[in-house]
Design a protein around this ligand. Sequence first.
Ligand SMILES: Cc1ncc(COP(=O)(O)O)c(C=O)c1O
Length: 377
Amino acid sequence: MSDLPLMQENKGNIVLFYPNIPEDVIPEVVETLHGRWIGQGPRVDQFEREFAAKFTPGWKTVAVNAGTSALHLSYLAAGIRPGDEVITPVFTCTATNIPLLHCGAKPVFADIDPETMNISAKHVRELISEKTRAIVCVDYGGCLCPMEELRSIADEYHIPVIEDAAQSLGGFYKGRPVGTLADYTAFSFQAIKHITTADGGMISLQGTETERKLKRLRWFGIDRYAKQNGIWKNDITEVGFKYQMTDVAAAMGLASLKTFDSKMELRQKLLAIYKDSLEKVPGIQVVGADFIGHGHAAWLCTVLVENREGLQNKLREHGVESNQVHFRNDRYTIFGGRVKNCPNMDAVEEKYLILPLHTHLTTGDVYRICNIIQQGW
Ligand SMILES: Cc1ncc(COP(=O)(O)O)c(C=O)c1O
C-alpha cells in the first residue's frame, strides 16, 4: 500500500476524521478558565458522575488524562504483574498493548474474528496457559466483542476481563451498555473519539475500594480528598502517576454529553448508509455489518476489499481520504516479532481499509463516497 500524505480539507475534499466539538463546549471551557480550578477540580467529579449516570449506571467511574492511562490503571487494578501473560488482540491501536509492557507483562496475541476483526473467543480459549493473568478485548470500530464467551472463559479460569472501549462509547451488547460488561472498561476522549476532551479517558469498574485506589494512583498515590480535607497522613504507600483529568478537559466532556445522542444518531445513520449501499457491490464487504444498528457504536467504517490500493487511489482522485488507521501489533519490534498463529489476521492484512465516518459528514457525503465505490476501482 502506498503511504499517502494527509489530505487537505479544502476543495470539497472529504477527510477521514474530524473532531466533534459541539457549540456548548466553548462557553463551558471559557467559564472554567475564568474560575479557580483549571487542573483537577469539581468539574472532574461532576463529569464522572454525569458520565456514569448516562452510560454506566451503578458503576464507579474514574476520569484520567488519556485512554492509555485508563488502560494502564485498569491493568494494575486487575493485578497484572511482571512475568504475567495477558491474552490480547493482535489487531488494535498500539495503546491497548503498550501499557501491558509497562506492567512487565507479556502480551499473547489472539487472532481476529474475520466478521468483526474483534478478538476471536475461540483462539482466546486455545491460548490460555498457567501464566494467563487476564484477557483484554477491544471493541474495534465500535463493534462490541463477544462478551458472553469471553466472560465464561474468564470465569472458568478465575481471571478478569479488561475491555478497551476507546472506540465503543454508547455501544450495547445484548441490550447491556458498554462499561458494564467487563471487570474494567477503559474509554478514550482523544481528539477524534465520539466525545473529545482533546485528550482524556475514563475507567468504569465496581467497588469503592478499587475506585479509591485508582483515584490515588492517578495522582502520585496521594489521597487528594483526604489531603484537601486535612486528614491525610502525609505518606505515600503506592507508586502512582500523574494521570488525572483536568477541569478544562472535564468542561469539554460535560458539554459534549448534552449532544451525544444526536451525534450518535448521525454516526449510526452514516454507517447504515455504507452498509446498505455497499452490500451488493462485488469485491467489498463492510466489517461487522451484522451488528450495525444492533449495538454497534459506529466509530469506524472498515471494509475488506480486493485491490485495496486501487480503491484507495480511486477515492483519493475523487477527494476522499481513506487509510488503514491501525496495524497488526506484532509488526512492532517492541512486541517481540511476528506471530504465526493468526491466520484470520494474515488473510485480511492486505485488504482492510477505513472510510470517512465523523460528525462533520452529511448523508450526502457518504452517498457520494458509496457512489464512487459502486462505479468500481
Ligand atoms: C482501541 C484504542 N485503545 C486505546 C486508545 C488510546 O486512547 P488515548 O489516545 O485516549 O490514550 C485508542 C485511541 O487513541 C484506541 O483507539
